[in-house]
Design a protein around this ligand. Structure first.
Ligand SMILES: [Zn+2]
Ligand SMILES: [Zn+2]
Length: 55
């Protein structure tokens, strides 16, 4: 009996898109306020977290 259950290749989950430069979340997770907030964070090189809604 040949084994018909070949191991499925492990495909990494597709990226959600380009990452934000100021926080570890993808840009897609940002709303308008979050984008503005993170942009200011990146420009000022602050370390204040972010306001992304990652629920
Ligand atoms: Zn961000
Ligand atoms: Zn974020």
């Amino acid at each position: 009996m040949p084994a018909l259950t070949a191991p499925a290749p492990t495909v990494p989950a597709p990226s959600a898109g380009p990452a934000c430069g100021a926080c570890p979340h993808p840009l897609a997770a940002h709303d308008a306020v979050g984008l503005r907030y993170c942009r200011a964070t990146a420009i000022s090189e602050l370390d204040r977290g972010c306001v992304c809604r990652t629920a």
